[in-house]
Design a binder for this molecule. Structure first.
Ligand SMILES: Cc1cc2nc3c(=O)[nH]c(=O)nc-3n(C[C@H](O)[C@H](O)[C@H](O)COP(=O)(O)OP(=O)(O)OC[C@H]3O[C@@H](n4cnc5c(N)ncnc54)[C@H](O)[C@@H]3O)c2cc1C
Length: 435
């Protein structure tokens, strides 16, 4: 137990707004833009130096499916991002991963937030929350200029780690029964790949490489290097796992960054010495943000579960539907864990046109009155988190949280006073898929 220090200070209230958003990943960007477009004063604080979270600062190289193969599920803000990013109309029948240029994605997000009139600062981190009887009164932020406070009517937690909910006294859970979350990945950016010569699956010579001592752990799961710009030989690496990282602890995150960088170098040796087309590959960069797949999840008014996934659940207070498979990466680098992952990933997946509903209640943290969440920390069990966590899912929950927050502002910030019909009506106007 550390020695304690009492610390008291008067700090400026730098923003008084309708809606405060913590975190500018895909969920936070969508929430802030959606609320601002409803005419609300919005301030967003992002700890990093750009919007996009794991997808930009974390170098995650591709979008998961936006559609169920028939319907564009991430419609509204998701469609807008897609069309601005790729420069052609969204395709309803596309269910695969879609690689992207990280710099173009940053540009798209910057333009959307600025045009919507969102006030935002980068390098600004939420560090504390003042809440009384479940109502958040103010949040405390730190930035280069020092500590300051923000007051809002509604607060949206898009930190991915549920920092705001946790520090407001809301209920959260972390990882599996033993409190272990799925492994993280330090993503990477590569050049000089000869895509014309790639003719093997990335895992095809892994066992040989294990035998040759290339790797310090026997990780059988390689999501892969995505072809982000094949003509220029550029690829985005989602390769290597770091196990048992605690996303709530900077010491664990620091160790994981070191291990992540070591792991990337091991994969560089594997790809360049064992696989065709990668012989001259060049490592340009490893991300400054560790790729955290799973962290705290809020416990909300409804907990969306794997059982809901299986029955393709529908809800009266649905704010959208989504369809990505249950993708809990192997928890250990061994054969048995990999086999369990493969079985679930290939079983818990949908056919064309199938999806599950996301109830508004899954965005509302139990015990808090003026707080919403969006993104990978919404109220789910682990199986459902492993589906809804991907970026198009975050656009769906982010957009809904932003619109709901704008409506809640008219109800003194009470997120439970938002009428479902009004919320769904506004979301439909934005194009949301609500059959
Ligand atoms: C390795 C890896 C591979 C993945 N592959 C894919 C894929 O192929 N396709 C796909 O669609 N999805 C993929 N995902 C999932 C997806 O990238 C994330 O789940 C998604 O980005 C989550 O969005 P979010 O907005 O909830 O959180 P994040 O993207 O994590 O963004 C959270 C933001 O909040 C900021 N923040 C955190 N705490 C604070 C604080 N206290 N104060 C202020 N700011 C804060 C962070 O800096 C960050 O920018 C992958 C994830 C990982 C880790």
């Amino acid at each position: 137990m550390n020695e304690l220090l009492n610390y008291q200070k008067s700090i400026p209230i730098r923003y008084t707004v309708d809606v405060f958003v913590a975190g500018g990943g895909p969920a936070g960007l969508a929430a802030a833009v959606a609320a601002a477009r409803q005419g609300k004063r919005v301030y967003l604080a992002e700890a990093g130096g750009s919007f996009g979270g794991s997808g930009t600062i974390g170098l995650v190289p591709s979008f998961a499916q936006f559609t169920d193969g028939e319907h564009f599920l991430a419609d509204g803000i998701g469609r807008e991002v897609y069309e601005k990013l790729y420069g052609y109309p969204a395709r309803e029948n596309e269910r695969g991963f879609k690689p992207f240029s990280v710099e173009r994605l940053k540009e798209v997000y910057d333009e959307m937030a600025t045009a919507a009139g969102v006030q935002f600062t980068f390098f600004t981190r939420l560090v504390d929350v003042i809440a009384v009887d479940g109502k958040v009164e103010a949040v405390i932020l730190t930035s280069k200029s020092g500590l300051f406070a923000v007051k809002a009517s509604v607060y949206i937690d898009c930190t991915g780690d549920a920092d705001l909910v946790e520090w407001a006294g809301g209920e959260t859970v972390y990882g599996d029964e033993e409190g272990v979350a799925m492994p993280a990945t330090l993503c990477s950016l590569w050049a000089n790949i000869d895509y014309s010569r790639i003719d093997q699956h990335a895992t095809s010579r892994l066992v040989e490489a294990f035998r040759d001592g290339v790797f310090t752990k026997e990780d059988r799961h390689i999501p892969g290097i995505q072809w982000t710009d094949p003509k220029k030989g550029i690829g985005g690496g989602n390769i290597g796992h770091v196990y048992e990282v605690d996303a709530r602890d900077e010491r664990s995150l620091t160790d994981a960054m070191l291990e992540g960088r070591r792991t990337v170098r091991e994969f560089q040796r594997y790809y360049s010495e064992y696989l065709h087309g990668y012989e001259d590959m060049h490592l340009c960069y490893t991300a400054d943000l560790l790729g955290i797949r799973e962290s705290r999840r809020i416990v909300g008014d409804y907990v969306l579960t794997g059982a809901d996934f299986i029955v393709r659940a529908s809800f009266n207070d649905e704010i959208g539907r989504y369809a990505y498979p249950v993708d809990i990466h192997a928890m250990k680098p061994d054969n048995a864990s990999f086999a369990a992952f493969e079985k679930e990933y290939h079983t818990l997946r949908y056919g064309v046109g199938e999806s599950y509903g996301i109830p508004y209640r899954a965005l509302i943290p139990r015990g808090l009155t003026n707080v919403l969440t969006a993104g990978r920390c919404v109220s789910t069990d682990r199986q459902m988190q492993a589906s809804i966590r991907v970026m198009p899912g975050c656009f769906i929950t982010g957009q809904a949280a932003g619109v709901a927050a704008a409506l809640a502002v008219e109800q003194s910030g009470e997120v439970r006073a938002v009428a479902t019909v009004a919320l769904q009506g506004k979301l439909r106007e934005l194009g949301a898929y609500l059959p």
